[in-house]
Design a protein around this ligand. Structure first.
Ligand code: ZN
Length: 253
């Protein structure tokens, strides 16, 4: 009973935080303040009222349109809110027996949601966001980890190093934002899980990239954001990396 109440609590907390992450992800890359001015319709400038600020539900009630001018509201907003809500509920369910691991999970999800939105919208992973989360993750990971510190350091080194190589070889196909992001992710999950992050991200990127190419939603050679795939990879690895690697190794032993 308690668990279900807390699951619902984390779901709601995630919905509200997701709504805030939308604002952060929209404004930080443009150098705007995240608190001022209050949110308004980008088309007609009408301020959003309290009833417009319920995550997901406001979007559904207004059918994704501005109340004043009928301009379409981006579907990224409710998707970001719903994803954050579900991910917060998931991470509580996964780590409810360990508060420190839960805290790392919440920080990781927050970072993942924000950089996914900025990367999809602006093709950018802002330094400000990375610099905000890096020290928080560093401290909370070192506080709770059962891996040796060198595992985290090597994870960061390998993650950043491999993508650095890709940046160098692809001549602009991948940005430095991805390198910094995987350096941080690599530190969080450590070695060998960082390899899993890379594998999942590459596989998901190739798969979804192929689908987008085949359906002509993107053109060949068009740069695609890699941040969202790294985010997917790190969340799976943080939640289940050990189990996946154990399973994989058990094939051979
Ligand atoms: Zn409007």
């Amino acid at each position: 009973m308690m668990t279900i109440m807390l699951l619902i609590y984390f779901l709601c907390l995630g919905l509200i935080m997701g709504s805030f992450f939308n604002v952060v992800a929209l404004r930080i890359p443009r150098g705007l303040s995240i608190v001022h001015p209050p949110s308004s319709c980008p088309d007609c400038g009408t301020r959003l009222r309290a009833r417009d600020l319920f995550p997901v539900f406001s979007y559904l009630l207004t059918k994704g349109k501005c109340r004043a001018c009928d301009a379409r509201v981006s579907g990224l907003y409710p998707i970001g809110e719903a994803s954050t809500g579900l991910l917060f509920a998931w991470v509580y369910w996964r780590f409810n027996d360990s508060i420190p691991e839960l805290i790392v999970g919440i920080l990781l999800i927050s970072l993942c949601v924000i950089v996914t939105i900025t990367d999809l919208r602006y093709m950018l992973i802002p330094n400000k966001i990375l610099l905000f989360f890096a020290p928080l993750l560093l401290v909370s990971v070192l506080y709770q980890t059962q891996q040796p510190i060198w595992s985290h350091l090597l994870g960061a080194l390998l993650g950043g190093g491999v993508l650095m190589l890709v940046v160098w070889l692809s001549r602009g196909g991948m940005g430095m934002g991805d390198v910094k992001l995987l350096t941080l992710f690599g530190f969080v999950v450590g070695l060998p899980q960082v390899i899993l992050v890379l594998l999942i991200a590459s596989f998901a990127g190739a798969l979804i990239g192929a689908v987008l190419l085949l359906t002509k939603m993107i053109k060949r050679k068009q740069p695609v954001p890699f941040g969202p795939y790294l985010a997917l990879g790190v969340l799976i690895s943080y939640g289940y990396g050990n189990d996946i690697i154990q399973q994989y190794l058990s094939i051979f032993y």
